[in-house]
Ligand binder design. Sequence first.
Ligand SMILES: [Mn+2]
Length: 349
Amino acid sequence: MKMSFRWYGNDDPVTLTNISQIPGMRSVVSAVYSVPVGEVWPMEAILEIKDSCEKHGLIFDIVESVPVHEDIKLGKPSRERYIENYCQNIRNLAKAGVKVICYNFMPVFDWLRSSLNFENEDGSTSLIYREEDVLAMDPSKGDLSLPGWDSSYTKESLGKLLDEYKGIDEEALWRNVEYFLKKIIPVCEECDVKMAVHPDDPPWGIFGLPRIVTTEENLARYLALVDSPCNGLTLCTGSLGANPENDLPRMIRRFGAEGKIPFMHVRNIKYVGERGFNETAHKTECGSLNIYEIMRALYDVKFDGYIRPDHGRMIWGETGRPGYGLYDRALGAVYLNGLWEAINKENER
Ligand SMILES: [Mn+2]
């Protein structure tokens, strides 16, 4: 298991020095953020991240994310150019030593939350999701002010994009992702890079948009689209776990045994009513997910991929990027390493 930490580059209030001081930290998860979606990342920008990490005793060998242009998801003729660019990004990243690329295939909206700074009883703040608050908005009328929402969309461009998706149901999205994977996975095989699709967050359709990376059955279907060691998953416990029917240890045992989990995101959430949750500290007792059983399943399938603590709360007065502060994620990393050491030592007796 290779412990890693997400870093948003030189603008991130969390520094590489901070990250290097977390016990057991190995890799940095980052991306080139200065290039528009769909374009090729300059080699110099990739190498700059690599060099900065190495100066801090860290390795830049995993990327999150190389975003997929909407034209690819929509299956428009212009996708050819964007897929070519995507392949070039894979080649460039491989040249710089990157082994795993995380990405997602969610139309229009990335992750959704109803608040980014819900105050917990202890004074810490969390990201939370309440479906009724999200559905109270009508994005087609430009009535959308979701926290964390990409403000580069204007009201008009968002309306237009949502219109384009009216012809795309789940089966169409499946066809478009299959087309994409059949073009990029052979390139990954050539350069020894693994793709790791991140599940949809939350893992169900919203605003009438199709979502397909949601359940065990759909994950199996996704992996079968192109059967290759390079077509894998980012198994995100917080995203998939938002649906209580998703049995996370079972999924890990199944897909991990097949060698199809190059990347793990581990975080805990607490269910609040139907289709609602609060993000919590990582420890099992703090939320609704059994993090011990998750780590146990990883151990049992001899997991040797990358893992990172996912979102944390804001604690100890820290300010910064919601979900991505230093302190609670560092506690999460140490907790996960502690569980792993305990399981490992117990099994060596
Ligand atoms: Mn995640």
